[in-house]
Design a protein. Structure first.
Length: 253
């Protein structure tokens, strides 16, 4: 069974690296699923401490990944050496306080661990939905997935989300029907329901330290107390909470 899974995984791996410039491995198997993302800051580095769950010889990259998958709950990722075909599975994610040796050929691939369909970014998982609903229902839908409406805390996070919104085909349908809507908007997790003009992130009950308002916003034009992001620009707008929009859920990994 492992061999069959390995073959399938090899096929997927080759397919995916031919499609994406950013290297990663994505394996669907009978057993489970694993997604790894390469963290190039660890290239040619190997922790000198003995924090490894397992050390394996003569492995290809896929077999090394599969070994991590088989130990998914405790495997934090994969250190793999393309030159020596050595595979090491760390139990903890590498961090700045660990001591490293410089050794040519080692690469670190982090176990992402987001649920299928969710996108990984900076220790969080995000779901971009197609379904349109009110802000409060969107919040409930996210909560039913163990998540919350996305809270955008930095320009970097805002750029990443905007890029992913542009990548999705979420809005293609309306445009292909000859009704281009460049103001298409998506719910995110803040509102000013309690205090007008004082927006609060709902999940963390915190003020907007970072904001990216569109020009003239927030304007509360029609009694607008809920926050949306404009998918083509990444700018923010307040809208009536009862508007039907798609939404972005977020959860910590
Ligand atoms: Ca308002
Ligand atoms: Ca507005």
């Amino acid at each position: 069974m492992l061999k069959e899974s390995t073959n399938l995984c090899t096929f997927l791996y080759l397919l995916l690296i031919s499609l994406y410039s950013e290297w990663f491995v994505k394996c669907n198997t009978n057993l489970n699923k694993i997604e790894l993302i390469k963290l190039s800051e660890y290239d040619n580095l190997l922790p000198s401490l003995e924090h490894f769950l397992m050390e394996l010889k003569d492995m290809d990259h896929i077999e090394c990944t599969m070994a991590c998958l088989m130990n998914k709950l405790v495997c934090a990722g994969v250190f793999y050496n393309n030159l020596t075909k050595f595979c090491k599975l760390p139990t903890n994610h590498p961090n700045e306080s660990m001591v490293y040796d410089t050794q040519p050929g080692w690469e670190f691939w982090k176990n992402i661990g987001c649920d299928p369909g969710w996108l990984y970014h900076s220790e969080h998982c995000y779901l971009l939905t197609h379904r349109k609903t009110s802000w409060h229902d969107a919040q409930l839908q996210c909560e039913s997935n163990g998540a919350f409406l996305a809270e955008i805390k930095s320009a970097k996070e805002n750029s990443w989300i905007t890029e992913k919104l542009m990548d999705t085909n979420m809005f293609v349908l309306q445009e292909s029907q000859g009704l281009p809507d460049f103001t298409e908007q998506v719910w995110i997790g803040a509102n000013d329901i309690d205090n007008e003009d004082s927006f609060i992130w709902s999940e963390t009950n915190s003020t907007l330290n970072f904001s990216n308002w569109n020009q003239g916003e927030p304007n509360d034009e029609y009694g607008e107390d809920c926050l949306a992001i404009i998918h083509k620009t990444g700018k923010w707008n307040d809208l009536p909470c009862s508007s039907n929009l798609s939404y972005i859920c977020e959860k910590r990994k």
